[in-house]
Design a protein around this ligand. Sequence first.
Ligand SMILES: [Zn+2]
Length: 247
Amino acid sequence: MADRLLLASIHDVSPRFESEVDRLLDLLRPLLGDRLAMLVVPNHWGDAPIVPGSPFAARLRGWADAGIDIFVHGYFHRDEKRHRRSADRLRARYLTASEGEFLGLSRVEAGRRIRNGRDLVEQVTGRPVAGFVAPAWLYGRGSTAALADCGVGIAEDHFHVWSPSRAGARLAAGPVITWASRCRPRLISSLAAAGLLRHAPWKVLRVGVHPPDCGSPALMRSIERTLRSALRSRRALRYSDLLEASA
Ligand SMILES: [Zn+2]
């Protein structure tokens, strides 16, 4: 049992979604303790900044002090750019409802946003961040290079967890279970996918939850069932434990 692992994360942690994040923590913490990750958006959509000294900043520091892994998750989260390549444009529009901020950024701009976000979050928490995860797990060539430039410890996409600061060393491979709440057909298919994937044979199973998940009781039940089912055969771990174990 000890061989198989579970990594869980709460996405889009921002003052904008404070009450939703609380509800997700209430669901996850009784099952996982503090062995989870929070993905923090420094300034969601440009109008929900995390302000040092604010009550939300104090809460963020408290979560970090408790031992939760804190990741930087984009800077604004929203994709402000028009992508030149039509394939990227399609991916950005249809896969993510235009939340793929880092898909079209240049190496320089991606590096600037990663550093700015990291500086802000580390100022607030008083400790190093665990890593960086791009919104919607979408990285372009520029942002992939910028992860290494910035010495990011841990990054992940839909299928992998890797360490840019260790020459891209792979830390885990396997799917991430996530739910879609935007429209009913996608919600139903994501419930079905979670039901199958929670039994997946991969060594590391990842679960990622989002603030809008709170809007659907069926979805919240699916998250709980998925975690309980996974924990029967898996040990919950922090992403940072994975990095230490691979050192
Ligand atoms: Zn996100």
